[in-house]
Write a protein that binds this ligand. Structure first.
Ligand code: PFF
Length: 688
């Protein structure tokens, strides 16, 4: 007990539960909500996109958030040292996430810098009698807004060449880094206070934009684009990948951010309910942001129709990231009080993004400080300087293309989703996950059942594995080439992306091998490493997994498409996966039945489980490739009407039911638990 108190004294902590929740919400709710969620939903099936998104949020996002909170809170360490507590060989998993997080803080502040610039233009607009530099009328006006962003502001040049640094972007980038620096330089207690401003303020702005958008004439037209589902999009792998990738990015999962934030939590803190509140609040913000954006676009379409120079929502809402910097500013410029609302929009973006950006900096910082013992006051300025200098690459003339490529590798199935998979298998198969569940339950307003262990150990790794292999097979089978075009020309950006992707784990391993300072005080909590006595089952399980793997590799040795075709047309091929399933079931059984010191075959059981999961994932990915290859996807444009379809109303009702019902339930549980807590200590709190 003594050493634990010592540890608590040395480690900073959040001032209050609210401070932690808001900081975690602040990290989660960011540019991803107002900038990328609406265009991803619009580009990938409208309301249909919500099916994979909500499924991913509930079945993967929130359970993983609970996992990260419990690892951080249990170990009271930032990601690398937290994973090291499991076993020293796992430290690299933590560094892997931290390095990916570091990659994000080289380009995320660049997008924030755009927001600062546009905020500045809006302020100038207010003083210039409402004139905005991107304003224009009709379709030419749209071209003008595009020209303003891509040519005048970014000086964008397509292609791998970087070109020179854009001087007009240097100042906004410096301002972004300085702002981030001042938000965190005093430590997490101060962060816990700042977020009382940076979280509610953008919500208020969003509310203003939503009410304004929905009360505009023609707003329903916009919502049709946002919500009317295009079901055929569900047959495309990209829809699922984007939905899952977006959940990870939006919840800041797998970067070690949530884990690090939870490491600063007070000893007796809720974990499960906090995670659910944060997950739902994040989704709610995204969804409402989309309503605000598309309702406003609808209003714009109506106004331009009336003026005889019509521009439809589809004309401006190109399926891409320029939604926030071209489409929305253009739409606002068509409406009254444009400069004021533009100010509100970019102010919302800046305040939304800043706490997400500094949350990543904080987790990188805490990891370095935890490992090296160097002072925050020295590491933070250095880290900011390095982040800024690397960020200069992304404000060159070719910078946007590079930003897009790096983002594609870090943020999505190839980057974080893969890391999420690794996190689950390490914790599920190589650690004592039950200890973590007990720990999460010990002070939480509601308790996790055994199902959570199966989710982390089996279900989530399989789903993430399928996504990873599905993407891999897609890249390999890409007809226009992935690394090289059919004419032999190298695709430089993708090559660099793959280089970065390979380099990150190598660097993570190297960092984990560097000797750090001795840990200040070893916490008294029992080790997380799994020690189990093996049974023969382990050997059997491993054998099954191996047979399955060999069969799959043999099938794949010809080509992915041939293997996928055979899997679909000949059910006999399904036998390939039986070994994998048996291995997972048997491995899981051995793990659960044996609890005393480790032996050879217990390790076999664990590796059997891991290999079995890979087998199943590869197999399911093959099946999906096979099925979707034969599918005729209806690409005809969606039929647009002025009225929202009946299905869209159902979608709206379901989303609000999930949000209001879910959050209401969470608050009810929190209140009920607080009521009980005021009395006597619970039995399960004793001894933690
Ligand atoms: N969740 C943030 C967003 O949606 O914008 C982005 C982010 C923050 C990603 C922190 C990763 C991270 F570690």
């Amino acid at each position: 007990m003594g050493s634990e108190f010592l540890l608590e004294e040395q480690r900073e902590s959040w001032g209050s539960r609210g401070g932690f929740i808001l900081a975690a919400v602040g990290s989660a709710v960011g540019l991803g909500n107002l900038w990328s969620f609406p265009y991803k939903l619009y580009s990938h099936g409208g309301g249909a996109f919500l099916i994979p998104y909500i499924a991913a949020l509930i079945v993967i996002g929130i359970p993983l958030l609970i996992l990260e909170f419990s690892i951080g809170h249990y170990t009271q360490r930032a990601a690398p040292n937290a994973f090291k507590r499991g076993h020293k060989r796992f430290e690299f998993v933590g560094w892997w996430g931290i390095i990916l997080g570091f990659a994000i803080i080289t380009y995320y502040p660049v997008i924030l810098a755009y927001c600062f610039s546009f905020l500045w233009y809006s302020i100038l607009g207010i003083f210039n009698g409402g004139e905005l530099p991107w304003a224009g009328e009709g379709i030419e006006g749209v071209a003008n807004a595009k020209k303003f962003f891509f040519d005048d502001y970014l000086g964008y040049q397509e292609g791998p060449a970087l070109g020179s640094v854009r001087m007009n972007l240097v100042w906004p980038l410096i301002i972004t880094w300085v702002a981030m620096y001042f938000c965190i330089f005093r430590g997490v207690k101060q962060v816990g206070k700042i977020v009382w401003l940076t979280v509610p303020l953008p919500w208020l702005m969003l509310l203003v934009l939503t009410v304004r958008g929905l009360t505009l004439e023609g707003s329903m037209q916009g919502l049709v684009y946002y919500l009317d589902p295009v079901w055929s999009e569900l047959a495309k792998p990209s829809t699922w990948r984007y939905a899952f990738g977006q959940v990870f990015f939006s919840l800041s999962l797998a970067f070690g951010v949530m884990l690090t934030y939870a490491s600063f939590l007070h000893r007796k803190s809720d974990i499960n309910n906090n995670a659910m509140i944060i997950g739902l609040a994040d989704f709610g913000t995204s969804f409402i942001a989309g309503l605000a954006v598309f309702a406003t676009l609808g209003g714009m379409a109506y106004v331009t129709q009336q003026s005889g120079n019509p521009v439809s929502v589809a004309d401006v809402a190109t399926k891409g990231p320029s939604l926030a910097f071209v489409a929305f500013p253009y739409a606002l410029a068509q409406l009254p009080y444009s400069a004021y609302f533009s100010f509100i929009f970019f102010f919302a973006l800046v305040t939304l993004g800043i706490d997400s950006a500094f949350s990543i900096t904080e987790s990188v910082l805490a990891s370095i400080v935890d490992k090296s013992g160097w002072r925050r006051s020295i590491v933070l300025p250095l880290l900011s300087l390095v982040g800024f200098l690397i960020g200069l690459v992304f404000i060159t003339e070719g910078g946007l293309g590079w930003l897009d490529t790096i983002d594609g590798f870090v943020n999505g199935t190839r980057g974080i989703v893969f890391l999420g998979l690794l996190e689950c298998v390490v914790v599920g198969w190589l650690w004592r996950i039950e200890t973590l569940r007990r720990h999460a339950n010990s002070n939480s307003d509601w308790k996790l059942g055994k199902w959570w262990e199966y989710l982390i150990r089996i279900f989530i790794p399989i789903v993430l594995g399928v996504l990873f292999f599905w993407q891999l097979f897609d890249d390999i089978g890409n007809e226009s080439g992935f690394l090289r075009k059919p004419d032999g020309e190298w695709i430089v950006t993708n090559c660099v992306g793959v280089g970065v992707w390979v380099l990150v784990p190598v660097l993570a391993v190297v960092l984990s091998l560097v000797r750090g300072r001795r840990d200040i005080a070893e916490p008294s909590r029992p080790e997380l490493e799994l020690e189990i006595k093996g049974r023969r089952g382990g050997l059997w399980a491993f054998g099954f997994a191996l047979v399955s793997a060999v069969l799959l590799l043999a099938a794949l040795s010809r080509s992915v498409s041939v293997a996928a075709g055979e899997v679909v047309s000949n059910p006999l091929y399904w036998l390939m996966v039986v070994g994998g399933v048996v291995a997972v079931v048997l491995g899981n059984y051995v793990l659960e039945k044996t609890t005393t010191p480790s032996s050879q075959s217990s390790w076999l059981a664990r590796w059997a489980g891991l290999l079995g999961i890979m087998d199943i994932s590869v197999f399911v990915a093959l099946v999906l490739v096979g099925f979707t290859a034969g599918l005729e996807i209806d690409e005809s444009p969606k039929v647009i009407s002025d009225k929202l379809g009946g299905v869209s109303y159902i979608i709206l009702a379901v989303v609000f039911l999930i949000l209001i019902g879910g959050l209401g339930w969470c608050f009810y549980r929190a209140l009920a638990a607080a009521g009980k807590d005021s009395g006597i200590q619970h039995v399960d709190e004793v001894g933690d």
